[in-house]
Every structure is written in structure tokens, then in C-alpha cells.
Design a protein around this ligand. Sequence first.
Ligand SMILES: Cc1cc2nc3c(=O)[nH]c(=O)nc-3n(C[C@H](O)[C@H](O)[C@H](O)COP(=O)(O)OP(=O)(O)OC[C@H]3O[C@@H](n4cnc5c(N)ncnc54)[C@H](O)[C@@H]3O)c2cc1C
Length: 499
Amino acid sequence: MNAPASTSGAPGASGAAGPSGRVVVVGGGLAGITAALACADAGLRVTLLETRPRLGGATSSFRRGELMIDNGQHVFLRCCSAYRGLLARLGSEHLTSLQPRLDIPVLAEGGRSARLRRSRLPAPLHLAGSLTRYGLISWSERVAFARAARALQKVDRDDPATDLQSFGGWLTRHGQSQAAIEALWDLVGVATLNAKADAASLSLAATVFQVGLLSGADAGDVGVPAVPLQVLHGDAATRALTGAGVRVHLATRATVIERRDAGWAVNTRAGGCHESAGVVLAVPAETAAALIPDGALPRPASTLQALGHSPIVNVHVHYDRTVLDEPFVAGVGTPVQWMFDRTGPSGTAAGQYLALSLSAADEYVDRSVSDLRGQFLPAIERLLPRARQARVLDFFVTRERAATFRPAPGTAALRPGPVTRLPGLFLAGAWTATGWPATMEGAVRSGVAAADAALAFLPSPRPGRGRARAGPAGPSGAPAPGHPPDPPPDPPNREPVTA
Ligand SMILES: Cc1cc2nc3c(=O)[nH]c(=O)nc-3n(C[C@H](O)[C@H](O)[C@H](O)COP(=O)(O)OP(=O)(O)OC[C@H]3O[C@@H](n4cnc5c(N)ncnc54)[C@H](O)[C@@H]3O)c2cc1C
């Protein structure tokens, strides 16, 4: 075991650990991967502990027969600069498909359809043309939408009073009908916030719409993974981290984090102990609540539980033929929220495999597969006439009960920043104070913020990327030079994906 480097001073003070600084990152989701890479690239010695037998956290894939399935469809926007930066660092940005120009086909029952497509005009005029033709709501509702969009651009999303308001209430006060909320605001908002407008904080909604749709004409261009999520994130991260000299311990669950001399000790379920000068805790909020030592936050860590959970359900249908000609469509006035053609990434050569992503899925998460089948197959057939003749090769459901925190009004006050009151202890995770809803962009931003804080506290012995770092040390690899041996991993645990 390595003796911890000495620490001193207030949180965020520099000069604490000297060149022998080691940081332990707990949690191998996008936040932990980002923090670990940033610290290693800056020259710190990094150990990453992940309780599951793989990296990637809330983004994962599993095999079902000949199909590779994601635990839930993930989407990003061109404006997600931090997330795209991580993909570039992982060498996997080319494994996504990013629209050259925002184009969302929208289907409604009764054969009605519309498209949200941007023009070459600068924001906010880029959507004016398709709004003019958006026949799913009345002309006066479209005019009122444009007016409200302009007003939303001016909302101060950093004002605590803004966060206390509900987005739905604000929309109603700004002349938005229920039809317009469903056909336009919730179309984008439910998928990005994981809440309907009435249940969402105005601050978080303003972030989504100001940054995602109105900050630039190309900001809202939609990107999707072109390979299974595990390939895009977890596997690529394992390679990048080990290449950067990070010691990755999978199937290793942190159970207690405690002060040890001037540094930290992270104890694991298997009885291991990882000592360090700094710790980045990048686990879900409810796990953080249990692991954060007393005194780290202004309020008891148990108050993090108040962030709550919002579920996402994915309905997966494998047809024997092509029934959808678009890469994805959104639905209005139908239970089908968003539907994606995932045939290519799934690896199947037969027919077409569709994934339906249902956000804010409280009404679906506890229903049986046969019940959901009885609702969704007819709903798809009402939108896609060719599905009526197609044979269903497979139908199944994935449920993520704790997909995100609930982005409710008043959430901002519950989300701590990366720096705690305890020197050397930092927080990351999509639930921390990023200003974003729980997204991949938010997770990566949190990882960058935690790494910046850790690097200010544990100054790097060598600035810049650690390309020259001596031989990688992976989960089963030999320690890199200067690294003492680590404790053995925990016994394998089970993957919690429900299918
Ligand atoms: C079904 C679904 C669909 C989604 N769709 C989108 C989308 O379209 N676009 C988008 O941007 N975002 C989407 N999200 C949200 C996005 O996936 C998350 O916000 C993001 O991945 C969270 O990353 P994180 O690193 O903060 O947390 P996590 O991914 O939860 O990572 C935390 C890690 O900590 C590990 N851990 C927990 N306890 C311990 C312990 N004691 N010791 C060691 N390790 C521990 C966990 O195993 C996990 O790997 C979706 C999420 C889900 C579930």
C-alpha cells in the first residue's frame, strides 16, 4: 500500500500532495471515466474502482440472441461539447452518427406528420420555416410558440428563483396551449429532461432549450451511437484509461471512504484498502449519500436522497421486415415518444429492430411485458402502416427505474458542486451541480469539474497529456512502474439490467 501524500489547507488549496499525488476515482460511469482520464492525462497517478464488471455506468449493452441491445437508447446534440470531447479522447467519436442538419420527423395518429428541420438561417430563425409548416398545432399556437421561445431565451437559468418555478407553469403563463406543450415543448423536453413540463424545473428546461435549440443554428443537430453503447463508452474507456496508466479495478465496490492520516482511504467490499491524497466520488446520488463522510457537505448527505429518481423504459421490437424508413421518429398524440431504427448497431441481418424510448416512464415502469405489448404493437401499427403486415420476431422491455434524478422545481439547491468541505474529497456525477439535467453531457461536465478541482488540490507533476506514461496496467495487468500492488478485486457481481 502506498503511503498517502500529505494534504493541507482548505478545500481547493494547491500544493497539497506534491509530485507523488494519487487520486482514487470511485465509479466508472461517464463522470468517473472523464475525471480519471483528466487526472491521469495531467500526470496524477489514478486508481478507478467500479463495482460492476464493466465500465460505462448507466450506458451499457447486453446480448439477446443475435441482437446487441442497449439498456436504453441514448441521444446527444451537437452542442454537447464536453461529451463529444470525451468521445474524441476515447477515440470513439467516429462510432456515432451526427446529423449534418437538425431534422426530426414527427408522426401522429391518423396519418398526420410534420418535420422539425433547420434551415441555413442563424438561430432562432433556423426553425422558422419548419415551424410555419408544423401542422400538428394551429397557426395561432405556432405564433405563440415563437413568442414563448423568444421569451425563454431571456430567462436567467442561474437565478435560484427560476429553479423554483415549474416549466409547465411558465409555458402556460406564456400563452402555450396543452396541445402546443405536447406537440412541441414536451416532444423535446420529455426526452432531454426525463420529465413532462409540469414536473420540470424552469432552470433545467431553459438550459435544454437555450443551449440545445437556440444557442446556435447547429446546436440541436441530433447524434446517436452507431455501435452498442458498451463499445462506444465502456470498452473504449477501458482501453483509454489503461493506456493512460490508470489502474482500473472492476467488480470492486467501495464501501467506506475515510480520512487516513493527511489523506484518504477507500475500503472495498472484498476487504481492500486504497489510500490516496484525493478521492473523486463519481457514483449515483443515493450511493454518494451513503459514502460521503460526515461534514463533507453543508447539509447531511442523506438529503441527496431528495433528488429522487425518474424512470426510463425502452420497448424493443424486432420485425421480420423494414417498417420504418427513417433513422428515428418522434411521436405526438401517441404513446410512442421516440422510435429508433437500431438494426445496424444491433448486428442483426434479419428484418428491422426498433427501440422505443419512453422517458418520464412512471406509468409504464411497473407494467408487464404482455401489457406493454398489447399497447405498443397497435400504437406502432397506427403510425407505421407496414408494421401491420410484419411478423414480430421478438418483443421485450428494458426498465431503468433510477435512470435519472427527478428534474423537479427546487432541484438546484440539492445538487452540490465538485468541491466538498473536506480537503481532497471531490464529487462528480450527472446529479451534481452542472446546471444540466441528468445527461451524458452533464456527467462529463461534472467529471471535468471534479478533475479540475482535484488538480488544483493535487498539482500534477507533469502538465499535459500522459502520453509518455510507462506501460499500461489494466484490471489484470502488472502495476505500472512506481505503483505498488493493489488489493484484489471483489467477487463478480450481477449486472442489474432488466430485460
Ligand atoms: C435508459 C437511459 C436512457 C438515457 N438516455 C439518455 C440520452 O438519450 N441522452 C443523455 O445525454 N443521457 C441519457 N441518459 C442519462 C445518462 O446515461 C446519465 O446521465 C449518465 O450516463 C450518468 O453518468 P454518471 O457517470 O454520472 O453516473 P453512472 O453512469 O450511474 O455511473 C456511476 C457508476 O458508479 C458505480 N458505482 C456505484 N456504486 C459504487 C461503489 N460503491 N463503488 C464503486 N462503483 C460504484 C456504478 O456501477 C456506475 O458505473 C439515459 C440514462 C438511462 C438509464
